[in-house]
Design a protein around this ligand. Sequence first.
Ligand code: NAG
Ligand code: NAG
Ligand code: NAG
Ligand code: NAG
Length: 336
Amino acid sequence: MNMKRFLLFLICSILSCECAVIVKDVSVAYQELNERPIIGVLSQEQSFYLHGKFPEENYTSYIAASYVKDVEKSGARVVPILIGKDRKYYEELMKKINGVLFPGGATFFNQSNGYADAAQHIYEIAQEFNDAGDYFPIFGTCLGFQLIIILASGRGTVENRSTCRSYTNLPLIFDSDFRNSKMFRDVPENMIHVLANENVTVNYHRYCILESNLQNFNLINDWRPTSYGYDDNHIKFIATYEHRRYPFYAVQFHPEKSSFEWKLSKNYAHSINAVKANRVFMDFFVSECRRNTHGFQDANEENKYLIYNYPAVFTGVLGSAFHECYFFEPRGTVSK
Ligand SMILES: *[C@@H]1O[C@H](CO)[C@@H](O)[C@H](O)[C@H]1NC(C)=O
Ligand SMILES: *[C@@H]1O[C@H](CO)[C@@H](O)[C@H](O)[C@H]1NC(C)=O
Ligand SMILES: *[C@@H]1O[C@H](CO)[C@@H](O)[C@H](O)[C@H]1NC(C)=O
Ligand SMILES: CC(=O)N[C@H]1CO[C@H](CO)[C@@H](O)[C@@H]1O
């Protein structure tokens, strides 16, 4: 290449590069992204163990702070969503927030006015919002992952989930077409490589969703598995799925634990690659929530709802599996 041609080549590459950048910026600008997203995190029934640590308090529900921090670290604020409320409460709150996270944990789905009933209201209202042209994302983690499929199955007396246990850090086994999924299409190649090859996803479940759970209820046309794992008995379970039309997503493992949960005996993956690769999931979910433009009336109203009204309690030191928790009323009884 002589000097003249080299300069021409250089100018062309700079121009085409700038053009690409401009085109990209325009497409993003048209979406009018919400740069101050606020996400609802659903609470669940107070753990029996923690109730024993606070016998004088009348806490009846909690949120593990790791879920809150994981959302915050991706650039959103959190509003706690209480259980035991009527549908109107969930609907009014959902008109003000930009998406909802169903955390993991351990609670039965058959307790009236509990986590599952609240999630059912939220799931149905989110469908109504989306059907009406709104964009309202939901993300489920572990228990939340299983619950979404049980809700989609109509929540019969026999729950449509399977028994399979994994208490291990696992890689993801991606579906052949996962790069065309909403969840994974923009994830950088190096993070996909870590997720596919290193033991970075933290599993902690005794139930799971199998391919057959989707087939039994004819859910396969709506719900798309994008990756899998093998449980401690070599049963192949779904590790991630997404809805084909609605912005509903879920993961069987725990993206929040690598950065925010520290119980020694649990052996959670804390490597720098685990931290980076698990970050992908809330970055993705919060980016989805940025497409929703709901809002509170003003900063005053926002302030009344935000999680900062509640102190995070250092529960790790009390032997809990959760390092920090938020506790809520309504006051009432805590069942085992
Ligand atoms: C818990 O509830 C009981 C019964 O209503 C009440 O007497 C007690 O003061 C409550 N505890 C706290 C810490 O508020
Ligand atoms: C809820 O489900 C659990 C586990 O399947 C069961 O042990 C419990 O008896 C059920 N409770 C009610 C109120 O049905
Ligand atoms: C992942 O864990 C399995 C055991 O659960 C082990 O056999 C494998 O070598 C681990 N892989 C890496 C890359 O550490
Ligand atoms: C109602 C129903 O058919 N539930 C099923 C859901 O899936 C599990 C596991 O395959 C079955 O045991 C249930 O019977």
